[in-house]
Design a protein around this ligand. Structure first.
Ligand code: AMP
Ligand code: MG
Length: 416
């Protein structure tokens, strides 16, 4: 492929992911493994629940003893959660029992306390709606020897809870990638040099901040390579600090400007160029290559381009390294509340807000769409995709959006 051919987004994403593999597994304490992906199958050594247990606070009885109501039984004992009954339940008797406590042998029913007089020595039972009910059987959740969680599972709160229940104090998970972040540009300073910005000669390297945040949000560990000047020597010097990293992300210096040396320097360091330039806006000059075994993504410097190309290429790559198999945000259909104008040659990612009205998602733009206007991104909760092949969309047309923020107004949605 000639390097100056604009690739389709699908081809570009496929190439990046084709060169990225899940990292090696590491062991970690379960409590630290939130958000990680299991690198081993977890088989339960135990059965859960370990005993038939009561789903209610009430009285264990025989359903057959409830034929005529009300009925009064002697209460033989009380079993609390953490205790055990000292006997099987004889007919014509009751054992007081708390939620989670083992149900005495022979009992087939727990009558909730609300349907009784609550007695301790004797109990009067007034209703039979619980006959044959309220016993959670041993093993209703998990059996010893069962595969409870397969390799590849992302560990959220529920998964961590299940693993804790079966005693997985330490788990094997895929390592989180160390992601080197390099900004470049003679116009850039770090935030602590805002005096230079006030003096009117520099701008803050906001990409350094956004990229750190994006890497963390994607599950990577950011490694700051600082801000290189627009010289091959400065770029080389900063890049030398990327040793031990799993992914290199650079921003700026990959376009066709006179001082855009990033690709040239990467090649001089032995990088194999995989692609440069993709049929997208913003972000067309994005580059990808392999520096030895370390993938390199050269993101364009315009702050919005940096974020959009990160979303499309870097985030999925980081997620694959962490062992995830679902790499992309889910596209959802949106009805456009305003017309949008784009070039049919490129797929456009417009910054927008999506809101739901009568179960239909509606989208509008956050304002001017120049790739230098970072506030258009900070106001957005979605990227609206206008695919190549169409020149914009009319108001009322349906497009797809990538939702950047999954949270919703539940009360409005369900009128709760
Ligand atoms: P370049 O890709 O080097 O041509 O940069 C494109 C535009 O992005 C220029 O206006 C740069 O000033 C801007 N830019 C590049 N890097 C950064 C950065 N780290 N933070 C904020 N803006 C940047
Ligand atoms: Mg530049």
């Amino acid at each position: 492929m000639a390097l100056d051919t604009l690739l389709s987004i699908a081809d570009a994403v496929t190439r990046v992911l084709g060169d990225v593999r899940p990292l090696a597994a590491e062991s970690m304490a379960l409590a630290d493994a939130q958000g990680r992906v299991l690198a081993e199958d977890i088989v339960s050594p135990i059965t859960l629940p370990p005993w038939n247990n009561s789903a209610m606070d009430g009285y264990a009885v025989h359903a057959a003893d409830l034929a005529t109501l009300p009925v009064t039984f002697p209460v033989l004992e009380t079993v609390r959660a953490g205790g055990t009954a000292s006997q099987a339940l004889p007919r014509g008797h009751a054992i007081r029992i708390m939620t989670g406590a083992p149900v005495p042998d022979a009992a087939d029913t727990v009558v909730r306390v609300e349907d009784t007089d609550g007695g301790v020595e004797r109990v009067e039972i007034r209703r039979d709606r619980d006959a044959g009910k309220n016993i959670r059987p041993r093993g209703e959740d998990i059996h010893a020897g069962q595969l409870v969680m397969p390799v590849g599972t992302t560990l959220g709160a529920a998964q961590l809870g299940v693993l804790a229940s079966v005693g997985a104090a330490t788990v094997r998970v895929y390592r989180a990638p160390r992601v080197a972040i390099l900004s470049s540009g003679d116009e850039l300073v770090s935030l602590d040099r805002f005096d230079d910005v006030l003096a009117g000669t520099r701008i803050v390297s906001s990409n350094s901040i956004t990229l750190h945040a994006l890497v963390r949000a994607a599950g990577g560990v950011p490694v700051d390579l600082g801000i290189a000047r627009d010289t091959p020597a400065s770029l080389r010097e900063h890049l030398a600090r990327a040793t031990d990293c799993d992914l290199l992300i650079t921003s700026a210096g990959v376009s066709v400007g006179e001082h855009d040396f990033v690709r040239e320097v990467l090649e001089s360091l032995g990088a194999e160029m995989k692609f440069w330039r993709v049929r997208m806006r913003p972000g067309a000059p994005v580059a990808f290559g392999m520096l030895g075994s370390m993938p390199w993504l050269g993101l364009p410097g315009n702050p919005v381009s940096t974020m959009v190309t990160f979303e499309l290429f870097a985030r999925p790559a980081i997620r694959r390294m962490r062992g995830h198999t679902r790499l992309f945000r889910r596209p959802v259909p949106v009805v456009m509340d305003e017309a949008v104008h784009t070039m049919a040659e490129l797929t456009h990612f417009l910054r927008g807000t999506v809101r739901t009205e009568h179960d239909v998602r509606h989208a509008r733009l956050t304002g001017p769409q120049s790739s230098g206007i970072l506030t258009s991104m900070s106001l957005a909760n979605a990227l609206i995709v206008v695919p190549a092949g169409i020149a914009g969309a009319a108001a009322g047309a349906t497009l797809h959006a990538l939702l950047l923020d999954g949270d919703a107004e539940l009360l409005e949605q369900f009128a709760l």
